[in-house]
Write a protein that binds this ligand. Structure first.
Ligand code: NDP
Length: 254
């Protein structure tokens, strides 16, 4: 199991203070990585660090808004000052949006979602790639996509479009960064019990619709992302790039 060992490695997880990001961070810490979480809410960041340190080594909370270029630059500087280097980035921070179209759908609402889910991924991957190229030891970048990149499921158009773009961005970056030994893959969840999915899961009608289409007949949990995260960060996936790893209880194949 040495291939899965992340001892001595440093990982950044954006949106790591709750939900899927916290699951990813816990998995990486359990495998031996030092983890920096980049999110906005300071109290949640601190609580998450305590949780991560319970299962692993030192962790770091960095206050970061992924839509803000200067904030991302500062976050990378703070992480490098604390840990010295970065080996992997999980660009996971995301937000959802209203489903009504075209009513309720102005340009601000479009930008609110696209700025976090796509521009935020671009800004954080660019910061990580700069560092990884300069360091010259390769690395792993993982973008959190969604099964809705390939199937709309009636979700909001801007959310769906942003996740489709993340899938394409992952492939494009894999192509550009492979020569530096940097792998880029997309981790695509199905329905996972987090704050983001709460509205759908707590609504009997929508929950019934999605559950009936999920072969494993349960919602995903943050824990379901611990193993896949370790796999994608570690040398266990060393010949894998430009790929999508779908973790969805089977809904996209049903
Ligand atoms: P949550 O709403 O539970 O968590 C979102 C995380 O993103 C929080 O840590 C939040 O922290 C952070 N975040 C949001 N906006 C910003 C920002 N501007 N800058 C920095 N951090 C930000 O969502 P999930 O855990 O469910 O989702 C994580 C990822 O998984 C997202 O990309 C989502 O689209 C994707 N996904 C989720 C699915 C699900 O069913 N839950 C299904 C498919 C994909 P803070 O607010 O403190 O900044």
């Amino acid at each position: 199991m040495e291939a899965f060992d992340l001892s001595g490695q440093v990982s950044v997880v954006t949106g790591g203070n709750r939900g899927i990001g916290l699951g990813i961070a816990r998995g990486l810490a359990r495998a031996g990585a030092q983890v920096a979480i980049w999110s906005r809410a300071a109290n949640r960041n601190q609580a998450a660090v305590a949780e991560i340190e319970d299962v692993g080594g030192p962790a770091l909370a960095v206050s970061c808004d992924v839509t803000d270029e200067a904030s991302v630059t500062d976050a990378m500087e703070e992480t490098l000052a604390a840990f010295g280097h970065v080996d992997s980035l999980f660009a996971n921070a995301g937000t959802s949006g209203v489903a009504k179209f075209p009513s309720d759908f102005d340009l601000d609402e479009w930008h609110r979602v696209v700025d976090v889910n796509l521009t935020g991924v671009f800004l954080t991957t660019r910061a990580a790639a700069d560092h990884l190229i300069e360091r010259g030891q390769g690395g792993s970048i993982v973008l959190t996509g969604s099964v809705v990149a390939r199937m709309s499921l009636g979700l909001a158009p801007h959310y769906t479009a942003s996740k489709g773009a993340v899938l394409s961005l992952g492939r494009a970056l894999a192509n550009r960064l492979g020569r530096h030994g940097i792998r880029v893959n997309v981790l695509s969840p199905g329905w996972v019990e987090t704050e983001m999915a709460e509205g759908v899961i707590s609504d009997e009608r929508s929950a019934g619709f999605f559950m009936a289409r999920t072969p494993l007949r349960r919602w995903g949990t943050a824990e379901d992302f611990e193993g896949p995260a370790v796999f994608l960060a570690s040398s266990a996936s060393q010949f894998m790039t430009g790929a999508e790893l779908v973790v969805d209880g089977g809904i996209s194949s049903a």
